[in-house]
Design a protein around this ligand. Sequence first.
Ligand SMILES: C[S@@+](CC[C@H](N)C(=O)[O-])C[C@H]1O[C@@H](n2cnc3c(N)ncnc32)[C@H](O)[C@@H]1O
Length: 301
Amino acid sequence: MSRNKTPLRYPGGKQKLTPFIREIILSNGLDGGHYIEPYAGGAGVAMELLVSGDVEHVHLNDSSYHIYCFWSAILNFTEEFCNKISSCVLNIEEWLVQREILRNPENHTLIEVGFATFYLNRTNRSGVLGGGVIGGLSQNGKWKLDARFSKRDLIERIEVIASLKHAVSLYNKDAEIFFSNDVKSLPEKSLIYIDPPYFNKSNRLYLNHYKPGDHERIAGVVQEMERVKWIVSYDAVDEIMKYYSNRRSFVYDLQYNASRAYKGKEVFIFSDGVVVPRNSAISYINFALKRESKNLHFGVQ
Ligand SMILES: C[S@@+](CC[C@H](N)C(=O)[O-])C[C@H]1O[C@@H](n2cnc3c(N)ncnc32)[C@H](O)[C@@H]1O
């Protein structure tokens, strides 16, 4: 059984930071509560926390229709989706068919779009939906397109998640609308983990329409949320540090698989009400990143 609980690969996926986020949940008495990702993507942390029973309910929002279709299909049409995994052919002809579905979602059902999203996520380099296939179109690379497509393991992950369907709420909204409309009905015992598209370097990786002004506006909306506790992660560029300069934060180095050349600093920012488990934060982040980070700069500001 694989360590990851999410069936999606996500460049910069944060599931390796789950122990740190779990520590925040425990330190703030939020265990057994609700956990929310307004920019869910592969929802790696949410799935770990749900499957382990640390939280009772997760809310996943993503403005990408493709990502929404995937989550909705595995939760609501589990058997059909898993049958599609069992019977799918892993070759370039099928990859082209799935890419066509991904490019023209309006001509297809939710299950078809959800499956195409999954198929390309598992067969493309770094899981980037708009990127190239593993091994190239001629399939003469070291790795072939099936390198990340262990059918049995992926079906198992999906079945585990679907068995917890009653504990998952799905949304397909712009995060700003989610913040304004949906956060107010969350129970007080909630933690919102906000992992927006990066300020720099993100266009290639994700659907992202955010310009610098949008990040600034989102920072304003996020910092107005006082009733529930939240944490934010970002690339630690000067602009982001400025937008959140009145909040506590810490910066660490992180290297992504999706673009090996990019080694950047990341930052975690905390709402004022969050108790930050200081010493464990250092050791967990250190532990989670030790293979990827040579220099860890830590300092709660
Ligand atoms: C940095 S990724 C999140 C990765 C996630 N934390 C994980 O571990 O897999 C950002 C996600 O935000 C979504 N997104 C981009 N713009 C958005 C918006 N305005 N509102 C909601 N979601 C958005 C993208 O589709 C992408 O899935």
